[in-house]
Design a protein around this ligand. Structure first.
Ligand code: ADP
Ligand code: MG
Length: 246
């Protein structure tokens, strides 16, 4: 589904260079729920940003279903970010002045011309409501983010990430700001989405408790990844997706 080949990434700040990725290779299979673990500063977020075309590697390439995506022209990359990838972050990034429903609708606002949006808005609204029900927030459509708990804010962010029907969800420490119970609920929800909607998920975390819900774990060390992180057991329940073209 998603392949990273020989990725290199170095950040440069004035005279200081930080080499974060150093020849990283990774294959994400269609339909799998993959965890990426590693110490703070090991480059997990950097990797996720590169996979999702939010940033570009210095060298190496990223392929989505065999097509190179790390060097796309801006408009194609924007389309990919809007339609193919769904992003979930530790701090939710909800817009405080908008209610839950409008926050979930945001990718459709930005992904359509005004005319097109006007014509299709009631369908989008229905989809957003359905997604909010699916994540357990059917009773919170008109709430602002500050009126929600952390877990509810993350559920809203997940509904937003799903709006455009992405094929790949990229989650960066999605439980990092939640207590154990709310965090567990979020991972169970992701697991369910992965199974039911057959969405491929890459989840970055340093919380080893939650990776047991996922199919496979890789660990980032020295700018690259190693398989089967020692001491960490992913679930043994990976199933090939039923549709070949997921
Ligand atoms: P992780 O998510 O595993 O904690 P990151 O990918 O965020 O790690 O960061 C890896 C390293 O790169 C860290 O040392 C961090 O300080 C550095 N880094 C991350 N982003 C930038 C940036 N935009 N500019 C400079 N250094 C950065
Ligand atoms: Mg990070």
């Amino acid at each position: 589904m998603l392949v990273a080949q020989n990725l290199h990434k170095t950040y440069r700040r004035h005279a200081v260079q930080v080499q974060v990725l150093n020849g990283l290779n990774l294959e994400v299979r269609a339909g799998e729920f993959l965890s990426v673990v590693g110490a703070s500063g090991s480059g997990k977020s950097t990797l996720l940003h590169l996979l999702g075309t939010l940033d570009a590697p210095d060298a190496g390439q990223i392929l989505l279903e065999g097509r190179r995506i790390d060097n796309l022209p801006a408009h194609e990359r924007d389309l990919l970010r809007n339609r193919t990838f769904g992003y979930i972050f530790q701090f939710y990034h909800l817009l405080p002045e908008f209610n839950t429903l409008d926050n979930v609708l945001m990718p459709a606002y930005v992904g359509h011309s005004l005319f097109n949006w006007w014509q299709t808005r009631s369908q989008w609204r229905r989809r957003a409501e359905d997604l909010l029900k699916k994540v357990g927030l059917g009773h919170r459509l008109k709430h602002r983010p500050r009126e929600l708990s952390g877990g509810e804010m993350q559920r809203t962010a997940i509904a937003r990430a799903l709006l455009m029907n992405p094929r790949v969800l990229l989650a960066d420490e999605p439980t990092g700001n939640l207590d154990a119970e709310a965090g567990g609920d979020i991972v169970r929800l992701l697991r369910e989405l992965n199974r039911e909607e057959r969405i491929t998920i890459v989840m970055v975390t340093h919380n080893l408790d939650i990776v047991s819900a996922t199919d496979r774990v890789v660990r980032m060390v020295n700018g690259t990844v190693t398989d089967d992180a020692p001491g960490v057991r992913a679930g043994q329940n990976f199933q090939q997706p039923r549709l070949a073209a997921v």
